[in-house]
Design a protein around this ligand. Structure first.
Ligand code: C5P
Length: 225
């Protein structure tokens, strides 16, 4: 059994996609399975952390032994994260939709036979990672974001770390040819103020265990790295 090096610590993990309604029966979604986030929550739990697992509608079930808050939209996810504070660390693994449909309808949109097409208008969603990274007193001491990129993965991820204000970014290449999105493996680079560290292609469970161990090291060292 792993040492319970995170006992007494509270970690928030977001996971899965969000669904943004168009009307009561339709929504906009993305291809996140929630597998990496669930594995991270389980790995943190295995190290003894109390985990708040805030998940959108994922394909994989949430792990046992964590406090699950199931949400649908980005706005609900942000409210659930806020309600779960304070925390020692936050790992934002969710694939949060950037936009919601501003003119979502309370009733099902119907074809009226005239050939008229519905027009969707979009509004920006809250950026949960940027928000929590820039919180004052309630900011978790370690904030970890993800960057799923298809081009210039490391440059984009390093810029994202600065822009959002998080401590670490876990960067991965989600180009379709990698098979990572929806697959069981991941190849990531951990980016911090100190630099970038590429890990070999590993199972999502192994990535989770390594990341949880690094989080434990950072919290127990009492600094942001
Ligand atoms: O900007 P981008 O979506 O690429 O950033 C990805 C990171 O930001 C992930 O950690 C994701 O969970 C987080 N994010 C968020 N809220 C958003 C958009 C992204 O927490 N609205």
């Amino acid at each position: 059994l792993p040492a319970r090096v995170l006992s007494g610590r509270h970690v928030i993990v977001t996971s899965g996609p969000t669904h943004e309604p168009i009307d009561p029966v339709r929504y906009i979604a993305n291809r996140s399975s929630g597998a990496q986030g669930a594995a991270i929550a389980a790995a943190l739990r295995d190290l003894g952390a109390r985990v708040s697992f805030i998940t959108g509608p994922a394909e994989v079930p949430p792990p046992e032994g964590v406090a699950v808050v199931a949400v649908e939209t980005a706005r609900e996810m942000r409210a659930a994260v806020e309600a779960a504070l304070p925390a020692d660390a936050a790992v934002m693994a969710a694939a949060v939709a950037d936009w919601h449909v501003a003119n979502a309808r309370p009733g099902k949109i119907k074809k009226d036979g005239s050939g008229a097409l519905p027009e969707l208008q979009f509004a920006e969603n809250p950026d949960i990672l940027a928000w929590i990274s820039q919180l004052g007193r309630e900011r978790p001491s370690l904030v970890v974001g993800f960057a799923a990129e298809t081009d210039d993965v490391l440059d984009n991820a390093a810029r994202k770390r600065k822009r959002k204000g998080c401590d670490w970014i876990v960067a991965n290449d989600v180009s379709p040819a990698t098979g990572i999105m929806g697959g069981t493996e991941n190849a990531v680079t951990l980016i911090s103020e100190a630099g970038a560290e590429s890990w070999p292609r590993l199972s999502k469970d192994e990535v989770a265990h390594r990341l949880a161990a690094r989080i434990a090291d950072a919290l127990n060292a009492g600094d942001g790295m």
